[in-house]
Design a binder for this molecule. Structure first.
Ligand code: 5SP
Length: 199
């Protein structure tokens, strides 16, 4: 994925994590004003229920948690793609990386893996550098896979994430808390683009 075309939209519902943020109506409203890639991370226990509403609302990517889909992920991935969205799978810090291999190696694979670098649920948490082992393993195993990181990303943590192999960056506090958000976005983007030349 070309990072310059990439835009993030976080999407959490009140199941898998305790707080509630953005739902399909917000995506529908945004879609009227942008052609940007709207990347939706479903922190829910029942992701299949949200595929159709999010697709209709104009979501571009649909990322579910591997911890919620022990036996129905094939049906879920099929449903996401058939509704015209890209499929991604996320994993919490305590979940072993091997849990996502079957989803990446399937004949109908997910197109992105989201490595959580904080416990999902809240912005403003501290980046967990030990999660970079997961990113390095994924990048080595799957050179062209989109690998996303989420949690505590900003100027002080981007280089370690980018050099480990992350190419999709979720950044909340560092961007929205900055006096000049566009400068932070450029810094994050430049770090990823430079690191991409090394792998
Ligand atoms: O949603 C979560 C965790 O579930 C956050 O990680 C945000 O998506 C990013 O926020 P910052 O960590 O950048 O403040």
């Amino acid at each position: 994925m070309n990072v310059s075309e990439y835009c993030i939209l976080r999407d959490a519902y009140q199941h898998f994590v305790p707080n509630l943020t953005i739902g399909a109506p917000v995506i529908e409203s945004l879609r009227k004003h942008t052609k940007a890639y709207l990347d939706c991370h479903l922190m829910v226990t029942n992701p299949l229920d949200y595929v159709e509403p999010l697709a209709k609302a104009g979501a571009s990517g649909f990322t579910f948690h591997v911890e919620t889909t022990k036996d129905n992920w094939k049906e879920l991935v099929q449903s996401i793609k058939s509704q015209g969205m890209r499929a991604g799978v996320a994993l919490k810090p305590g979940t072993p990386i091997g849990e996502v291999y079957p989803l990446v190696e399937d004949e109908n694979p997910v197109e992105m893996v989201l490595v959580m670098t904080v416990e999902p649920g809240f912005g403003g948490q501290k980046f967990m550098p030990e999660m970079m082992d997961k990113v390095r393993i994924l990048r080595k195993k799957y050179p062209s896979l989109d690998i996303e990181v989420d949690g505590g990303l900003g100027p002080s943590t981007i280089d370690v994430a980018a050099s480990a192999g992350a190419n999709c960056i979720v950044a909340g506090s560092s961007v929205f808390g900055a006096p000049e958000p566009d400068q932070i976005i450029s810094l994050l983007r430049n770090s990823v683009e430079q690191a991409q030349q090394t792998y």
